[in-house]
Ligand binder design. Sequence first.
Ligand code: NCD
Length: 445
Amino acid sequence: MTRLVIRGARLLGAESADLLVEDAVITEVGSVSVPTGAEVLDADGLVALPGLVDLHVHLREPGREDAETIATGSAAAAAGGFTAVFAMANTSPVTDTAEAAERVLDLGRACGLTEVVPVGAVTKGLEGAELAELGLMARSRAKVRVFSDDGHCIHDARIMRRALEYIKPFGGVISQHAQDPSLAGREACCHEGEVSGRLGLPGWPGIAEESIVARDVMLARHTGSRVHVAHVSTAGTVEVIRWAKAQGIDVTAEVTPHHLALTTDLLLGYDPVYKVNPPLRPSEDVEALRAALADGTIDAVATDHAPHARHDKEHAFVDAAFGMLGLETALSVVSDVMVRSGLLDWADVARVMSSAPARIGGLAHQGRELAVGSPAHITLVDPDREVTVDAAASRSRSRNNPWHGRTLRGAVLATVHQGRVTHDVRNGAGTRRELTNATTSGADL
Ligand SMILES: NC(=O)N[C@@H](CC(=O)O)C(=O)O
């Protein structure tokens, strides 16, 4: 049996306590006498959260291992405090079969740094025309519950309706990338408004998101099925979701750390690191997103971690790939933007970054309160630690990090996944525990 004692952590709603972890389960909470041979992790002054869960990451394997692999993405996840991440289906080949989903599951398990949960494509090849093998993916070893064509909008209402009907019996959910292609095509790369006009960049109006979300909540009501709105970016979308929830429609939503913190005016320097889909929005939208996360209209924070190799990102703005890194900085951004301002407390952070995403994604063993009998997925946070983000120090294989050089207050210092310490920088920045069964040294670009 492996034993770990976490000493003196601040538990939510309680005084400091020790946690005894035996194998992968919390077996004692309180004042623990250290058993012989146990590993001791001193967590004095650190807040203990249930392991963070990310509903939305791009790990690029298979197909684009030059940008990220499941190993490097898992290492970035562990460094960010995540004990489960949902890997989007827009890989090459696409995760649109049971075999493809099982492959992602197995690669994640082989790394063992975080739980890698495959998201299944809704349509074959993400082409929007024909439903993928949703039932086979759900019944596979991967037990897929979250389906998404992320990167593409399911714009055909008939396909969306059928997908919602199909996934209902097994409790699935469709995570929609809301972007009406007739209002914002793939060329649209800047929030439509003053900045897009000034820079001469193709505009991406909020209505392209809002109109799809409005349609989808009505389809969810019609089918009695469940829809999840990926990366909400506008105040108008928040209004639609708020209305739908008030009607009792089964809709949930996520917001990214970058949409909670960064605004359109960053594009004025044409730096492609700020090119992301949906685009950064003006401060009025950012304010509405923060308020919606605080009042529960938006259920969860999800990173949309989107690594890209230099040769895809370092181009003129219009030609560069969409997307930015997010796994390693998410907790610090949420702490800096939402906790310091008093909009969220740490119990709320546990909800929006752990229990709510675990529930939405159907992971009963994640997001649990840190109590006797719970699986040992634990994230230890120093709420006062200031970190200055250094893109070069990332565990990710890519460097498209919009937070580089910024100082954020609040940081993950250690992560425990299934009772194993998968990340530990308590003794100074950069100290990294050697991990036995994973190759994490991919950052060589
Ligand atoms: N969110 C992003 O900006 N990028 C995503 C998917 C997408 O292009 O929407 C990616 O896979 O890179």
